[in-house]
Design a protein around this ligand. Structure first.
Ligand code: ZN
Length: 265
């Protein structure tokens, strides 16, 4: 029964039986894992708030051969987002819900991905600030799509291969890539030149190097989030449950369908 100790980011927790919890955590060294924390739901839990989603922890757990679930032995808080000030509390919670869901669903089990780990740390760190959540969230989505290997070409039409230049481009469900107006897929959504340029140039670089205006207004990042969402949902072949509430906060995006899935957000 190998004992592992590593830094990890808690992605999700689910209740199990009366007092236990299943914890999904993304480790720096061993990739994403699922484990059981015994007694974690007791009011005086051994690990306190260390098992809250999107906290960074130092975790010790046992792997058992042929078992999907590891046994969590110890967990120590390294940094918590909840400790920060609460400027845009609700927006931030929804952004964190989306980040947790995308990480959980996109990152494969047992696969080390140091770039994804550093990305999560960086974005969570940015979300601790009082700045709006939209740019760090967009940056996260861009890199999850890119690291997942399904970022479309942002410069050339996937149909005729001509450069998209300063023109609008279009994309659609189930049709990988961006298209010019001549090759526009039926019912395609529009991605304007400015957000596309931001993705092609800005998001590929460091988050801190992005200009102040990219941090402030939801535009043009709202269009990009929709574009990345389409790529993620195509890849998952399922909708992101956290999206409708999040999209409802930015008037530029499609109005959300009212739903009762706040627990899933
Ligand atoms: Zn074309």
């Amino acid at each position: 029964m190998p004992l592992r100790q590593t830094d990890a980011i808690v992605l999700r927790t689910y209740p199990l039986k009366e007092s236990d919890r299943i914890v999904v955590f993304f480790t720096r060294e061993y990739g994403k894992r699922r484990g059981v924390s015994r007694g974690a739901r007791n009011t005086r839990s051994r690990f306190g708030s260390a098992l809250e989603p999107l906290t960074e922890v130092r975790i010790t757990y046992f792997e058992r051969p042929q078992r999907e679930l590891a046994t969590i032995d110890h967990c120590e808080l390294r940094q918590s987002l909840l400790a920060s000030g609460d400027g845009a509390g609700f927006e931030r919670l929804l952004a964190l819900g989306c980040i947790a869901e995308v990480s959980d669903r996109i990152l494969p089990d047992h696969e080390t991905n140091d770039a994804a780990y550093r990305l999560l740390r960086l974005v969570l760190e940015a979300l601790r600030s009082e700045l709006p959540v939209w740019l760090p969230l967009t940056y996260f989505l861009y890199w999850m799509v890119r690291l997942g290997g399904f970022l479309p070409d942002l410069e050339y039409c996937a149909g005729c291969r001509r450069g998209l230049g300063e023109a609008e481009s279009f994309y659609a469900r189930g049709r990988a890539g961006l298209y010019c107006s001549g090759c526009r897929p039926p019912h395609g959504s529009r991605l304007r030149a400015a957000p596309r340029r931001l993705a092609a140039a800005g998001l590929a670089g460091p988050l801190a190097a992005l200009p102040p205006e990219a941090w402030q207004a939801p535009e043009p990042t709202a269009d990009l989030r929709e574009f990345f969402r389409c790529a993620l949902e195509d890849h998952l072949e399922a909708p992101l449950r956290s999206w409708p509430l999040l999209a409802g906060l930015t008037p530029e995006t499609a109005p959300p369908k009212a739903g009762n899935d706040i627990e899933n957000a």
